[in-house]
Design a binder for this molecule. Structure first.
Ligand SMILES: [Zn+2]
Length: 480
């Protein structure tokens, strides 16, 4: 386990060595989408930064347990369902499906669990009861239950609110409210007719109603790690910078007031994405979704590379020129990978790893050093392209099979984190069937020890750009 990873903790505003509670386990909670509509590309910048984090932790040998919630009941989902004239569940279901499709398109590694707020209400009711028993929550005269911020002295620590600004006794019922307006916030909202019509109310000892958005994340995260690992502290809690206040501030208040323990050891926040000057944003205003990109045939690898080229704590401009640049980068990486694959599998005599091997070694070290430094992906991708240029030059002079193998291993290992090779060309079904037939014929030839025929088939496939690899799971093939 590397002791070298340092992350910028929003709680302390400092770069800190990363130390999970019980290594190699890392519990990671990331605030998921509010499924009232399609998630826009700015949301996906946050989810992609979290994907980088998750993948790098796994690359570094940690055993990550990743929870991402789905907010399928809150002010916005209920309003949207009412506007669409649908029950809440029916309205949100389509956007949950769309979110998973977009996630897969963008090659985001799935979380281990996706708790849905509407399916975790008992845990939320328990948490409200704990807070009432501890005297940090109270029932307002409007029938809702509120968190009393003056009963929690650490309130405002994450967002650095000056305590003098707190309006003691003033209340706010809406899920989102202004940063300069910290007030007692709703944990549980008394049922109103709109909620009832949407099917968004539950019975509770403190009155029929529905959970507040902030409460949902506290209850779901504590429930998921509590039942699995018997802990009440997350190793990492991450989200977009817009969630620092009030959402995460309120999550800390609710969780820590109930458990008496730190809620999360490290808080990470990703910066905004600006959509300007894209053809797509002209069509959609500033609301650009992942599916707009997919429909325009944009390779997810280009989106990922573009995002990695800006540090997650820096704002990012999404525009056509930047996307074109990333597309070109992805194309070069694809060519480089194909060249390494070809040389590594080729008939050139092994002559040791040579200059390419040394470059690969240095590249892997630079890659790790960059990501250890608060996930500095721009530096990691710069090292990748520097390696590409250096290795191409070295291969021009000495295309050694061992050197190419070493380089290929380096590229493949970092791709487990960056995942920016071009999406394989779509094969038409007919070619796919032909390849499968050829592989079956080659298997037959090998079984009857007709190796000449087996070699002929392999060569015929290679002539069509199909590379075979014999593995313990049978013969695999890919387009090169
Ligand atoms: Zn949340």
């Amino acid at each position: 386990m590397p002791a070298s990873l340092a992350l910028h903790n929003t709680l302390t505003r400092r770069l800190e060595p990363f130390q999970p509670l019980a290594p190699p386990r890392v519990t990671l909670y990331t605030c998921g989408p509010t499924v009232w509509n399609y998630a826009h590309i700015g949301n996906f910048r946050t989810f992609l930064f979290e994907d980088l984090l998750r993948r790098y932790l796994e690359y570094a040998g940690y055993d990550v347990f990743h929870v991402m919630n789905l907010t399928d009941v809150d002010d916005r989902t209920i309003k949207a369902a009412a506007a669409a004239g649908k029950p809440l569940r029916q309205h949100t279901e389509a956007f949950v499906r769309a979110f998973f499709e977009d996630r897969d398109y963008l090659r985001i590694r799935p979380a281990h669990v996706y708790p849905r707020a509407t399916e975790c209400v008992p845990a939320m009711i328990t948490l409200v009861q704990r807070l009432l028993e501890r005297g940090v929550a109270y029932r307002g005269d409007d029938g809702s239950v509120y968190f009393a911020i003056d009963r929690f002295p650490a309130y405002g620590r994450l967002s650095r609110l000056d305590r003098r600004e707190l309006k003691v006794g003033a209340r706010v019922a809406s899920d989102e409210y202004a940063k300069d307006d910290p007030r007692d916030f709703a944990l549980w909202k008394k049922a109103d007719p709109v909620d009832e019509r949407a099917g968004a109310t539950w019975d509770a000892p403190f009155g029929r109603g529905r959970p507040g958005w902030h409460l949902e994340c506290s209850a779901m995260s504590l429930h998921e790690i509590g039942t699995r690992f018997g802990v009440e502290t997350l190793d990492i809690h991450a989200g977009g910078v817009d969630l620092v206040f009030p959402h995460h501030e309120d999550e800390i208040a609710q969780s820590e007031a109930a458990t008496g323990r730190p809620f999360a050891r490290v808080w990470l926040h990703g910066e905004f994405l600006n959509v300007r000057g894209t053809k797509m944003s002209k069509r959609f205003g500033n609301f650009l979704t992942a599916r707009d990109l997919r429909e325009q045939g944009v390779d997810a690898a280009a989106v990922r590379l573009l995002f990695w080229q800006t540090h997650y704590r820096q704002p990012l401009d999404f525009n056509d020129a930047a996307l074109d640049g990333a597309r070109e980068g992805v194309r070069r990486l694809g060519e480089f990978h194909a060249r390494l694959t070809q040389v590594a599998a080729g008939r050139t005599r092994a002559r040791g790893e040579g200059a390419v091997g040394a470059l690969a070694e240095r590249f892997e070290n630079d890659f790790r050093a960059a990501l250890d430094d608060d996930l500095n992906a721009p530096r990691a991708t710069a090292a990748l392209f520097e390696f590409l240029r250096g290795a191409n030059r070295a291969l021009d002079q000495d295309p050694s099979r061992d050197g190419a193998r070493r380089a290929l291993a380096a590229v493949d290992s970092v791709m487990a984190v960056l995942d920016v090779l071009p999406t394989a060309r779509a094969l038409d079904a007919e070619l796919g069937r032909w390849v499968e037939q050829q592989i079956a014929a080659r298997d037959e030839a090998r079984k009857s020890k007709n190796f000449k025929e087996a070699d002929r088939i392999r060569a015929a496939l290679r002539a069509k750009g199909i590379e075979l690899e014999d593995t313990s799971r049978g013969t695999q093939w890919r387009v090169v």
